[in-house]
Design a protein around this ligand. Sequence first.
Ligand code: ZN
Length: 194
Amino acid sequence: MQTGQFLVPSDGNRWFFDSGSLALDFGWTGPFASDEVAERMHAPEHLRAWLAERFEQLEPAADPRNLQDALLLREAIVRIASAIADGGAIAAEDVDTVNLYAATPDVPPALDGGRRQAGRSVIRTGQALSTIARDAIALFAEHAEDGRIHRCSAEDCALLFYDDSRSANRRWCSMQRCGNRAKVRAHRARAKAS
Ligand SMILES: [Zn+2]
């Protein structure tokens, strides 16, 4: 599954942020870093739209209960990721929340090329949330200690991501955003010094 999404900060200039994982992308659908990310899950249909971009054959509507579940799961994921990135303690209740959603049926994998074209059944919203919870478990279980889940190197940027680069040297939430700003600042500092 492709990761990444457009974020819309308070200044309205949308930009593409790839958190490196489905679970963290889901985390960044809410306002967890001051004005960098706006809430986009205001109603069940917003949840449904976000999930439908990632899961084929999703059921046509989400309900308020689904949204409530999604927000609880999202909060737990973000808090665990933040604890890992900042070296804090992971709260047992957040672990319980993620485990709870992962324990329900997820979206089963399917191989292309079968004869039953219409064989795949409609995916329920709860299944999609379970897949996200399982993705979070796989991510946190494997990368809680290796430093690959970390925040952007820019001082004024709180975005965190999973660095899946082979050399584990991703520094910026996005090169176009914080990376270039840092380059410009470094260039100005050098020009001033010379
Ligand atoms: Zn950044």
